[in-house]
Design a protein around this ligand. Sequence first.
Ligand code: NAI
Length: 302
Amino acid sequence: MDFKGMVVVITGAGRGLGYEYARYFASKGARLVLNDPGRQGDNYVVDFAAKGLANEFGAQVVTNHDSVEFGDKIIDAAIKAFGRVDILVNNAGILVDKSMVKMKAADFDLINKVHVKGTFRCTLAAWPHFRKQKFGRVINTGSSSGLFGNFGQVNYSAAKAAIHGLTLAMAKEGENSNIKVNTIAPVAATSMTQGVIQEDILKAVHPRFVVPLVAVLASKECPDNGAMFEVGGGWITKLRLQRAEGVMLPPDASPEKILENWEKVGDFSRRSDYPSSGSDSLERMFANFEATARQRQGSPKL
Ligand code: NAI
């Protein structure tokens, strides 16, 4: 895959998954903007990482230490250093895990600021550049917690689900300008998962094993837009929504009638589908309303 000369911005690139992405793109001749405010003592970890990549691969690397919520400053760094941005990997992340009993509003706000606002602000700043050059690739970072929920992670689950919401809508807005936006839900042995993933399976989920999918999604050849993938340990799989056929009742049906039909509401065994927009739902609702009105020779009661 050819990334020579392309400008790649990676947030949270000082360690973990972000650092592994940086290493790959540096090895492929990309020009890099590595963001991370994380410090070790007086030094920014990302500066150390950048120096290493410049020495090892001769890569052109600049660093930025702003929090992702100030995404415009990160993208400005790319424009100032290289005059363009081609690929944005929204990777930065933190955890503040607490059960609902202990969670404070501030814990929710902080997680949403870093994950949701951070992803939005970085992409918003890169968007006009992508549109102008008719090319852009965005890799957003979700999580299995955002797909399935997780105990003690109400804040993080909400933020990660919201990130895929950003992906879905941005993908639709970007498609005419060759801007492709996808979400990954990675599993990797990093500081974030220390103590969470069992010791004996840590080696199976080295962060490097997530890199190849990110490369595909960042490439000119990227075959998807608006998709969600689980990735780790060499397993790459796409997820989608499934909708049951459901039941069509008169719009003014009682709650008791809905309960009587509950099995049909959730029956995926017959005529389920995989919707990618809400427009056909509206058509079905309108057709049902009209059919009821015709049958009764009058509109359903409000
Ligand atoms: P990590 O903790 O090793 O790295 C995260 C990096 O983000 C750190 O270097 C940190 O300094 C940086 N960061 C934190 N707040 C920031 C901010 N406001 N602005 C810029 N950078 C900031 O974690 P890891 O595992 O590499 O995580 C990367 C992404 O993958 C995160 O979004 C995480 O939620 C996600 N993820 C990771 C999983 C895993 O199994 N490791 C599972 C699911 C999701």
